[in-house]
Design a protein around this ligand. Structure first.
Ligand code: HMG
Ligand code: MG
Length: 296
């Protein structure tokens, strides 16, 4: 049967905003994070300590962390390398997330590293983070398809994912960066990771809704026993270095489906909807989420 409880890992302030061209003021971002926490989301990824020129929207990461204070230190932040780790440590971050690529082309486009070189960048980053007592999540991108390389073999994804996880992560998030995955593929990929020795509760799913498959894919993952799902309030999101990437699975769409299935997630749906409507006002366009539109 399906799990009775799942954890939603909210990525709106990070994945959601990183692709927005309109600059969102830091105090609005802080309010976004606070409202999501107040709505009952247990984990809110706040920002990225990446190169500010690569993702200008999140160049205010340090200011945001300072504004958030204690609450911010409990929020995971993206960190690609030792320089990013130093910046995050200075602000007292307790949870970081590294982000690798399952494909050669995306490793180069997103990290300026080859597929193999990315591990040399992450290895000392994770080691030093763990030595400092931090929790580390690992993302692997392009798990279901790559805009430049097309299909990505399951074995290749499992190999990269395990290598990233084995650096010392506590969780591996499987990213469908451009939203091309379908339900049968999800089942096969999760099965392959389990066969390779991963525990089901070490895996999280990160769906983008580009092709409208995110909820169907989530249902397949629920059937496989996965209990952590990344989602973005209002369905914001996309990676600026992944051609054709659009919004993440909307948190509201996910909560609506979970509620119908009787699966607990501890989130107040209306509060998330209200937050997304408020954020849409700042971004100057309506949320792409069907549930937000229905409940607004
Ligand atoms: P690089 O240019 O190769 O960096 O970029 P470098 O190591 O050669 O260093 C060059 C200069 O940058 C140096 O400064 C460094 O100090 C500085 P200089 O000595 O020349 O004055 N530098 C930094 N400054 C601030 N913070 C840092 C940092 N690192 C170096 N962290 C790098 C390599 C990884 C930094 C770059 O490629 C980068 O920032 N990439 C980030 C791209 C990104 O954020 N993409 C979006 C997130 S991933 C995603 O969205 C997918 C996900 O959602 C899952 C899914 O959907 O699949 C997670
Ligand atoms: Mg993403």
């Amino acid at each position: 049967g399906l799990p009775t409880e799942v954890t939603i890992y909210e990525v709106g302030p990070r994945d959601g905003l990183q692709n927005e061209s309109a600059l969102v003021p830091t105090d609005v971002k802080a309010e976004f994070v606070r409202r999501l926490l107040a709505a009952g989301l247990p984990i809110v990824e706040a920002t990225s300590f990446v190169h500010p020129k690569w993702v200008p929207q999140l160049a205010d990461a340090a200011d945001l962390m300072e504004l958030l204070g204690e609450a911010g230190r409990d929020c995971p932040v993206l960190v690609p390398n030792e320089r990013g780790l130093d910046r995050a440590l200075e602000l007292g971050a307790k949870h970081i997330a590294i982000f690798g690529s399952a494909t050669e082309t995306f490793a180069q486009k997103n990290l300026n590293r080859s597929l193999d070189e990315q591990f040399a960048m992450f290895e000392p980053t994770v080691r030093r983070a763990r030595d400092a007592g931090l929790d580390v999540r690992a993302y692997v991108s392009m798990c279901f398809g790559d805009p430049w390389e097309g299909d990505v073999p399951v074995d290749q994804v499992v190999d990269v994912g395990k290598r990233l996880f084995d650096l010392g992560a506590s969780q591996l998030s499987l990213g469908d960066t451009i939203g091309v995955g379908t339900a049968g593929h999800v089942t096969a990929l999760v099965q392959a990771f389990v066969q390779a020795g991963m525990e089901i509760d070490q895996l999280a799913m990160h769906f983008h809704d580009t092709y409208g498959q995110a909820l169907a894919n989530t249902y397949a993952a629920l059937q496989a026993g996965i209990t952590t799902y990344d989602a973005s309030a209002g369905g914001l999101g996309g990676c600026p270095y992944a051609k054709s990437a659009t919004g993440n699975l909307a948190t509201e769409d996910l909560v609506w489906m979970l509620r119908g299935l009787g699966i607990e997630c501890g989130v107040d749906l209306q509060q998330v909807v209200d937050t997304s409507v408020w954020m849409a006002g700042h971004l100057g366009r309506p949320s792409p989420s069907a549930v937000v539109r229905a409940l607004a």
